[in-house]
Write a protein that binds this ligand. Structure first.
Ligand code: TXA
Ligand code: MG
Length: 327
């Protein structure tokens, strides 16, 4: 099921998509679980495979920005500017949808999420799909609903069995964290999800910072309080609290698995210890693989050192907050 992204396999993947099957492909952010966005049965298959509620919309992936006008009925100047600056790349625009966009894709909303990914395998796949008469590929992150996203082909295979016909292996994803989502559905741009493209970059091109969306905003699964979550109970602990808690680990605390970026493993600690990178981009790159590996240890609890405060950490903080949300 996992295959190398050779031209033959990309061609095969494009044909499978065109025939209504599901194909997983690498992007620069995370792996996607793709289906022909013009084929309602294929799109429904994505929801079934993920276990995703029908009202949560999917992002449509396009071969290039010239396809925008077939999907969006209005493209405000700010959206144009962002697309010109960052596509292909880790940015998703939410725009008023064209009337032909399927309700299954948008969850019945009047807007649609669009993105031109930059990963060479994703680009080649989309171009081949277009050559076959296709238009856009609807693709959520290739993980079960609510769980940790996939940044390696193996992660996708772990989450999905026969539902996915083919997984194109593009190696580990460069960013390792999802695209930044900006909505242009009201009179000013709204940041719905911090992501691989930084707020500073958005601000530079827009001329001012986008408004920050409230987490109660549009039905976006990545914006649910509890998401990206390991099965093991997981807590975020600021450095000092983690140090103190580590001093009390013993037989009564059970097996603890730790992810720390500024603390070294204490000599007497006998749980699972993962050192995370102390640089934001490197930390994000490894985050989901670390969460999956920590979860696989079947510890009683996962303790994660709270990441730093700076704006460059906002996407990582957002994902960890949701990964550790209880209830
Ligand atoms: O980096 C990414 O964006 C990855 C790769 C595969 O492209 N995709 C991804 O898809 O993260 P997913 O489905 O896991 O998250 C997409 C987010 C969800 O929170 C979804 O609700 C939101 O985009 N979204 C899609 N269409 C929307 C719309 N019309 N209005 C509001 N939010 C929307
Ligand atoms: Mg997701």
């Amino acid at each position: 099921m996992i295959v190398s992204p050779s031209p033959e396999n990309i061609d095969r993947a494009a044909h499978l998509l065109h025939a209504g099957s599901l194909v997983s492909f690498p992007t620069e952010t995370v792996y996607g679980l793709g289906a022909d966005a013009r084929n309602p049965e294929a799109v429904r298959r994505v929801f079934a495979a993920k276990g995703r509620p029908a009202e949560h919309p999917l992002i449509v992936h396009l071969a290039d920005a010239s396809a925008l006008s077939r999907w969006a009925r209005a493209i405000p100047p700010g959206a144009h500017a962002l697309a010109a600056a960052f596509w292909p790349g880790p940015l998703t625009l939410i725009l008023p949808r064209d009337t032909n966009v399927l309700d299954v894709v948008t969850g019945g909303q009047d807007s649609v999420g669009l993105r031109v990914p930059g990963h060479p395998v994703a680009r080649a796949l989309l171009q081949r799909f277009v050559a076959l008469g296709g238009d856009g590929v609807a693709a959520p992150s290739a993980n079960r609903f609510g769980r940790v996203s996939a940044t390696m082909a193996l992660h996708v295979a772990e989450d999905f069995g026969g539902e996915v016909e083919l997984i194109l292996d593009g190696g580990p994803c460069r960013h390792g964290i999802e695209s930044t989502i900006v909505a242009f559905t009201s009179d000013e741009p709204v940041l719905l999800r911090p992501g691989a493209l930084s707020m500073a970059e958005l601000t530079r091109v827009l001329g001012r910072a986008p408004k920050i969306g409230s987490s109660a905003a549009p039905r976006a699964p990545g914006t649910l309080a509890s998401h990206y979550a390991p099965r093991t109970p997981t807590r975020l602990l600021p450095r000092e609290e983690l140090l103190s808690a580590l001093g009390h680990v013993g037989s009564s605390t059970g097996h603890i698995a730790v992810l720390a970026h500024s603390i070294e493993q204490p000599p007497l600690f006998d749980g699972t210890w993962f050192d995370a990178p102390s640089h934001d981009a490197a930390y994000a790159h490894e985050l989901y693989a670390n969460l999956r590996a920590l979860d696989a240890r079947a510890a009683d609890e996962i303790w994660i050192e709270t990441p730093p405060d700076g704006p460059e950490w906002s996407a990582v903080r957002d994902r960890l907050r949701r990964a550790t949300h209880r209830g």
